[in-house]
Design a protein. Structure first.
Length: 147
């Protein structure tokens, strides 16, 4: 599953970065012409359904995918299927406009320490900021993460 997703997304990411680099060097007309020349090469493929404003994702060593949803949920995909229940233990987020649960990343030694990192908007309309949280991911062992 992981290899097939990597094969699916790698050319897409490569093309997008190439287009962005070209357009930043030569102006907006290049971005338009690059997109027009690739029109027949793009194919929309729905990989996972049932997410609300997915923001970030990270692959775990066991092939699971963690996905953040901007309203404040952390979700997991196992063997291509979205777990219907969100992972408990995510901090309360300020989900307004572009704010909410943002990025998710794993520690370089995740296999040993099981640390994940989350960035999220915190506060209220009058005073808000971005925070970083570290948690131990235990969901694959049937437990909830501790923050």
């Amino acid at each position: 599953m992981l290899n097939s997703l990597n094969r699916l997304f790698s050319p897409l990411v490569s093309s997008v970065f190439t287009t962005i680099i070209i357009s930043s060097c030569q102006g907006a007309n290049v971005l338009t012409s690059a997109n027009n020349s690739q029109t027949n090469q793009w194919q929309k493929v729905t990989v996972i359904e049932g997410l609300e404003h997915p923001w970030s994702m990270v692959w775990l060593p066991n092939g699971e995918i963690l996905i953040t949803e901007r309203p404040g949920r952390l979700r997991v995909v196992r063997e291509g299927k979205l777990d219907p229940k969100a992972i408990a233990g995510v901090p309360e987020v300020f989900a307004v406009g572009q704010g909410g649960l943002l990025d998710v990343a794993i520690h370089p030694q995740f296999a040993q320490n099981r640390w994940i990192y989350l960035t999220y908007a915190h506060g209220d309309q009058e005073a808000n900021r971005t925070r970083v949280a570290r948690a131990v991911y235990l969901k694959c062992r049937g437990e909830d993460p501790r923050t």
